[in-house]
Design a protein around this ligand. Structure first.
Ligand code: ZN
Ligand code: ZN
Length: 403
């Protein structure tokens, strides 16, 4: 399977994704929201609002733990705010919910989670709704994470990503009704979808959407057995995603249309715009190269004789070795630029440079003949060198102990 089209998200927008495996929580939902088991719907709502505001990624940039808590809270709230799912959870715990459709918050975008429950935030933090764009319903975006090596950044690569998403139930085409049964007129509103409420002792009438049928005027007579009337089921999806050459740590590849279909309240059949899948790319640190934009940096040990006399040294690069000529008298920390041996620019495709930093290595052990040669050399420089053992350090220690 191949994604329809891909695009790149700006790295600064993505932030650092959770480092934990993308899995629903196993913690107790009441503990997560810090409410007693018998908490009222209002208590749960208040607790969630407070914790979600506190742990929102916009208020805690770069804080992975806060983001994980934010997503955990959303998961707990989604279950505990739904009387049906809460009853299942109270009886059977997490295991009981496995077969019921729920969002995989760990792979969702924080801003989508926020807009999902935006009615309880009342526009706080500017959580913008992704539900509609130009009147067309739009589904939620999902997020997943992959890790690549610097070698893969050089040539580009691909990853098979697996993620869970809610999709339109095929059994009932998203309607939520058991196949063969049809929707029946809602008894709450008599089929009009609207209810009139009289306020202030009959002084005015207010018309609102009927709650039991969500304003549709009809309700499901018999629930679809596969989605329990939700119209959505949780599916596991696998996709081969192309990671372009030159990608940077923290950037995301966007796979258009691989997110969730619009919510059943907005479009039961899922018509409208699907959300996108954002594949957050982490570039693993390399044991030899340090990356600086499209340039690479590396330290190369050079013998002090090579540094003094000049030498040709073999430099391992990301693709093959090159020969570098260092001139006589090269100092420790000298920089040499090898052009076009960095990584390619994401958009230009032009490779950066490999910058080599010399590290002059002083030999730790010398043979007797080497020592003699060096002493003879030192004499030509008229330098004072340690004549014999004990070493200078031993002399210092002797001086301190012997007094
Ligand atoms: Zn169904
Ligand atoms: Zn109704």
């Amino acid at each position: 399977m191949e994604g329809k089209s891909t695009g790149l998200g700006p790295p600064e927008k993505m932030g650092r994704g959770p480092q934990c495996p993308l899995m629903p929580t196993t913690r107790d939902y009441y503990d997560i929201l810090n409410v007693p088991n018998g908490a009222s719907v209002d208590e749960i709502k208040r607790a969630y609002r407070r914790l979600a505001m506190k742990n929102h990624p916009d208020r805690n940039p770069g804080d992975v733990e806060a983001e994980t808590r934010f997503k955990e809270c959303a998961e707990a709230y989604e279950v505990l705010s739904d009387s049906e799912r809460r009853a299942i959870y109270d009886r059977y715990g997490h295991a009981g919910l496995r077969s019921t459709p729920g969002h995989d918050f760990s792979s969702m975008h924080a801003e989508d989670i926020f807009s999902m429950f935006e009615d309880i935030f009342g526009g706080a933090l500017g959580g913008r709704s992704r539900r509609r764009r130009g009147g067309v319903p739009r589904g939620y975006d999902l997020e997943t994470e992959v890790e690549v090596t610097l070698e893969e950044v050089l040539g580009g690569t691909s990853r098979l990503v697996e993620f869970k998403r809610l999709d339109v139930c095929r059994t009932c085409s998203g309607e939520g009704a058991k196949p063969g049964t049809s929707r029946v007129a809602c008894s709450g509103c008599g089929g009009s979808g609207q209810v009139a409420q009289t306020g202030f002792g009959g002084m005015f009438r207010m018309v609102t959407a009927c709650r039991p049928c969500g304003g549709r005027g009809t309700v499901i007579a018999e629930k679809c057995p596969d989605c329990r009337g939700h119209g959505r089921v949780s599916i596991q999806r696998k996709l081969d995603v192309k990671i372009p050459a030159g990608i940077h740590d923290g950037q995301a590849v966007r796979v258009v249309g691989e997110g969730e279909p619009p919510l059943p309240e907005l479009s039961s059949g899922g018509q409208g715009i699907r959300g996108d899948l954002h594949v957050l790319v982490r570039v693993r640190d390399h044991d030899r190269f340090e990356r600086d934009g499209d340039h690479l940096l590396m330290a190369v040990p050079v013998a002090f004789t090579q540094a003094a006399l000049g030498a040709e040294i073999e430099i391992p690069t990301l693709d093959g070795t090159v020969t570098l000529t260092i001139p006589p008298g090269t100092q420790h920390g000298a920089l040499f630029r090898i052009q076009n041996k960095g990584v390619p620019g994401l958009r230009s495709g032009r490779r950066g440079d490999l910058v080599v930093v010399t590290q002059v290595v002083v030999p730790r052990k010398l043979t007797d003949s080497q020592k003699k040669l060096l002493r003879d050399y030192a004499r030509t420089e008229s330098l004072e060198v340690v004549a014999t053992d004990p070493s200078l350090w031993n002399k210092i220690k002797d001086a301190m102990v012997g007094s």
